[in-house]
Each structure stands twice: as structure tokens, then as C-alpha cells.
Write a protein of this length. Structure first.
Lengths: 290, 262
């Protein structure tokens, strides 16, 4: 029998693989059996530098042509060049500013509309009945698919660009607020009513605060959709913006500018997500704890 | 005066091809001031339905519930509810949780904090005024819930298995605390529990309910809480021959009901 002469490869006795497959005792301060505990900062830093290193290695060794993958140094140099000289006669900070204005403007509008709409959908079968079909209908459609319609209806100006991003943020924010309404425990609602609360007071003092964690999560997801729609929004008749920059550069095979633009978008989105996480910790510290 | 339940029945309408459920049949119950009524019974005997009925969350199918002569038509601040769990607001600290009912009633901040602090002190929570409720133990969270219920000066306290989620030791201490508070505030209480020992120790009146349909099958007058309040230690009360004899009698009734239903 071969099984007897070879140890089973699925259950190694030592090595890192055993950490993944086997339960082991925890250190003081950790909880036994809860997956996913532990600090990830250093691993994340290592991961970023690892990716940059592999990237550098591929270009340094000449395994990939610069047309397909420019070196990290080239991308950095391009960043400095565009920073100093601009792209298509527009300084980089203006590209950043106009894109941020479009994304954050659309995001704020989507929150102002989507959060009350979602709450109303959660609270009222009438509102839910009216708005559920249209939202669920357009939600899975890629923005690129309805971009032509929006341009036909609203022209090629700023309205269409903001509207496209607005629509992509609206659905996740509204749906998050809608499901957040269900977060309040029936005991909390009954407690408020037993003190003589009105329906409005129950909404204001019980439903809304308990929906807050889910609304904040929905906002984080929503702004992500906003950034992913940016390039589509700046496809038609834009002369400024990060999406415009990436698209134009790709048409001229300026791969280093494409990668630089992608990294700038990612850094802004990531920084904003960190801000949202910080707000979450400050505003809803009880999240997941009761 | 006091709380009067007259011939109250509750029938839940049929749903999902199941027949209608008769949750309560012709309940008659009177709870006077100073009464500590404990409702005991197997699961499904309608204890919680009875409490929802008095709280006003649920309307009776027939019969009526009167509080001091006025018919109960919905929830109101004259009847305070203490829940088993999940009823505190985690976004508020202890002080604001206790003052929550007063805030809903539009009491000004200074006044409601003053009242809330009285009850926080009464329940022994003075050092935890600014604590977040999710950082408190289960026993302390229940004390916050009790303090909150007392702030609006209700005529009756409705307690729905308030100690059900506590460990045995905390539970015994909480029983004594609730009796002392009841004695000091002289509210009437309806207290629901699964524990026969808790029921006998705490109540002045015991109703034993039986399931399908929920009815009150037996009523007892109880002396034990008075014994405790006049100085006999709790464990001594619970170990007395009289207490144990009644405990076994009540347990026999409940087990017989359970078998009849099965």
C-alpha cells in the first residue's frame, strides 16, 4: 500500500500549512476558535512592497516590454512629470479636483436621496412597493449600458456625468438604509412604545440610530461604486478628470500614465475609505456588540 | 381599582394553512396595588401573550383589560415593561438609557437626569452612569432596564422573564434586589418566569397557566416574599419545609400539564 509508505500530504506534521488546517491554542487576549483574529498592518505593508518588487523585477529583467508594463520608476517619473507639466495642458491637481468633485458631489446627492428613500422603503410598504421594482431593475445593469441613454436625454455636459455616478451610488445606499431599518430589536421598539412614544419618536430614537451602522457600511460600498463608474462617466466629451486622463492615455498607448492614473484613483478611494472607517469607529462604536 | 382582566381571550388568525391558534381563553385576573403576581407555566401557555395584552402591544380578541377603570387600548407609560434582553439602546450611555422614557415624554434634560440619577442610585449603578451599556454584565444591563422602567412612575411593572438570561448566582441576587425595590416603591408587578423556585420566592400571588389554549389553572397565595422582606435570609426561605412542599406541588401540576399536552 502506498498510503503506508508516504505520509498523507493533507495533514502535514509541521510547517505553515498546519496553521491553516489545524486548531491550536491561542495566546492570552485572543479568543479560541474565532477565525480571522490578529493584526494585519505589517502583512499589508509587506504585501504592497512585495507587489512592487515583483513588478519591478519583471520590468528590470526585461520579461515584459515597457509598452505593456512600464517599470515602477517610469510610473513615478510620469507622476512627477504630469504633476509639473500637466496632462493635455491641465495640471494634475485639476484632474484630481474635477473627478473628486464629480464623485463626491454625486455621492452626497445619492446619500441625500438614497438614505431617506431607503428608510422610507423599510418603514412603508407603499413606498417599498413603488420604488423596489425600478431600483432592482436598473441596479444590476452596467452604467456603460445606459450611458448612451443618459447622454441622449441629458446631453454631454456635467449633468450626465454626475447623474451616471449618482445612479451607481444610489442603489447600494438605498438598499443598505432599507435593510438597516430592520436592525432594531422588537424589544427596543416595544420599550419605546411602552413609554408612550409616537411612531415618529420610535423612528427618530430607535429605528434611525440602530440603522446607522448599516447605513455607514452602505455609504462605504456606495462610494466604491462611484469610483468604478468614474471612467465611464468621463468617456464622453470630457476634457478634464482622472477617468478622462486614463482613457486618453490608453488611446495613445501611454501605459505609464494609465497606471499612474489608476494608482491615483485607488489612493484617493482608499484614503476616503479609511476616513469612513474612522467615522464608523467614532459614531457607531457599538456596532456588532449588542 | 388596579388592573382588571375580564374574560380576555386571544386567538391568532390562521396562517400558512395552519388552523387558528387559541393563545388565551377567558382569562380573569386582578392585580391590585402592592400585588406581586407571578405567572408560571410550560412554554406556549400564553404567559408572554398575557403580558403583551396588558402592555397594550396586543388587543384581546374578546374581553377587556382595565387599568384603574380605564380600558387599555394601546401601550402607555402607566405600564412599564422590563424585557429579558435586547431592550437597551447601545448608542446611549447608562444615564441616557435610564432617562430614555422621560426624554420620549418631553421632560427637560435637567429634570430627567435628576430623576434618572435617583433610580440609578437605587439600583446601585452610581459608578456606571457614563458607561456604555454593551460594556456592562448581563446583570447590570438588567438593572439599567429596571431603572428605566421605574423612571416614569408606572402603576404596574410588567416583567417578561427579566432574569432568564442571567447566571444562577446573579439571578438570586437580582431576585432580592427586585423584591427590595418593589417593597420600597410599592408598585404592582406582573412577573413572568420559567423557574418554579423564583416564582414561589418572589410572588405574593402565583398563577399557574397551562397550554393549548392558555388558561389560568391554579392560583396560590404566597407568603415567602414577605418572609424575606421581614428579615429571613433568602436561602433560608427557599430551604424551608413549606417552600419545598409547595415547590413540588407546583412542579407536579406543570409536568402533568406538559404530559397531557404531549
Amino acid at each position: 500500500m502506498t498510503e503506508q509508505s508516504h505520509p498523507d500530504p493533507r495533514t502535514p506534521k509541521t510547517g505553515n500549512a498546519s496553521l491553516l488546517s489545524k486548531a491550536r491554542a491561542t495566546k492570552p487576549g485572543e479568543t479560541y476558535g474565532v477565525p480571522g483574529q490578529g493584526d494585519t498592518l505589517w502583512l499589508s505593508v509587506l504585501s504592497i512592497f512585495g507587489i512592487i518588487f515583483v513588478w519591478w523585477l519583471f520590468t528590470f529583467m526585461g520579461w515584459v516590454k515597457p509598452l505593456f508594463l512600464p517599470s515602477p520608476q517610469a510610473v513615478l517619473a510620469k507622476f512627477i512629470q504630469v504633476w509639473n507639466e500637466g496632462f493635455t495642458n491641465t495640471p494634475l491637481h485639476e484632474h484630481v479636483a474635477i473627478s473628486a468633485a464629480r464623485v463626491f458631489g454625486a455621492f452626497i446627492l445619492a446619500c441625500l436621496v438614497g438614505i431617506p428613500l431607503g428608510i422610507a422603503m423599510g418603514m412603508s410598504p407603499v413606498v417599498r412597493g413603488i420604488f423596489d421594482p425600478p431600483i432592482e431593475f436598473y441596479r444590476p445593469i452596467p452604467p456603460l449600458a445606459y450611458l448612451p441613454l443618459i447622454i441622449i436625454w441629458f446631453g454631454i455636459g456635467e449633468t450626465s456625468k454626475v447623474l451616471l455616478i449618482f445612479l451607481s451610488v444610489l442603489a447600494p445606499v438605498a438598499l443598505g438604509a432599507r435593510s438597516g431599518v430592520k436592525s432594531a430589536a422588537i424589544e427596543q421598539i416595544h420599550a419605546a412604545y411602552s413609554f408612550g412614544a409616537s411612531r415618529w419618536q420610535v423612528m427618530r430614537h430607535v429605528i434611525l440610530p440602530s440603522a446607522l451602522p448599516e447605513i455607514l457600511t452602505a455609504m462605504r460600498i456606495g462610494i466604491g461604486f462611484g469610483w468604478t463608474t468614474l471612467v465611464a462617466a468621463e468617456m464622453v466629451a470630457a476634457t478634464k478628470g482622472l477617468g478622462y486622463m486614463v482613457l486618453t492615455a490608453s488611446q495613445f498607448l501611454q501605459t505609464s500614465t494609465v497606471i499612474m492614473g489608476i494608482i491615483v484613483i485607488a489612493v484617493i478611494a482608499y484614503a476616503f475609505d479609511m476616513l469612513m472607517r474612522w467615522i464608523e469607529r467614532k459614531v457607531v462604536p457599538w456596532k456588532g456588540r449588542m | 381599582m388596579g388592573l382588571n382582566i375580564k374574560e380576555a381571550s386571544v386567538i391568532y388568525p390562521s396562517a400558512d394553512a395552519r388552523p387558528p391558534v387559541e393563545a388565551l381563553r377567558e382569562i380573569n385576573l386582578e392585580i391590585l396595588q402592592d400585588d406581586f403576581v407571578v405567572a408560571l407555566g410550560a412554554s406556549g401557555c400564553g404567559k408572554s401573550t398575557l403580558l403583551s395584552l396588558i402592555a397594550g402591544f396586543l388587543a384581546p380578541t374578546s374581553g377587556e383589560i382595565c387599568l384603574d377603570g380605564a380600558i387599555v387600548r394601546g401601550p402607555g407609560a402607566d405600564r412599564a415593561v422590563v424585557f429579558q434582553k435586547h431592550a437597551l439602546m447601545p448608542w446611549l450611555n447608562v444615564l441616557d438609557n435610564v432617562a430614555f422614557g422621560l426624554k420620549l415624554q418631553g421632560v427637560a434634560e435637567a429634570k430627567r437626569y435628576e430623576v434618572a440619577r435617583n433610580f440609578i442610585n437605587l439600583l446601585g449603578l452610581a459608578d456606571f452612569e457614563n458607561s456604555r451599556v454593551y460594556n456592562l454584565s448581563g446583570g447590570m444591563q438588567q438593572r439599567v432596564g429596571i431603572a428605566r422602567a421605574l423612571t416614569c412612575d408606572p402603576k404596574i411593572l410588567l416583567m417578561d422573564e427579566p432574569l432568564g438570561a442571567l447566571d444562577a448566582l446573579t439571578r438570586e441576587k437580582a431576585q432580592e434586589l427586585i423584591l427590595n425595590i418593589w417593597h420600597r416603591t410599592s408598585k404592582s408587578v406582573l412577573f413572568i418566569t420559567h423557574s418554579v423556585e423564583e416564582a414561589l420566592f418572589m410572588g405574593t400571588k402565583l398563577i399557574v397557566m397551562s397550554p393549548r389554549p392558555g388558561r389560568i389553572r391554579h392560583r396560590f397565595d404566597l407568603p415567602f416574599s414577605r418572609q424575606f422582606l421581614t428579615g429571613t435570609p433568602a436561602r433560608e426561605v427557599k430551604a424551608s419545609r413549606e417552600f419545598i412542599a409547595l415547590r413540588e406541588e407546583v412542579l407536579k401540576i406543570i409536568f402533568a400539564d406538559e404530559e397531557a399536552a404531549a
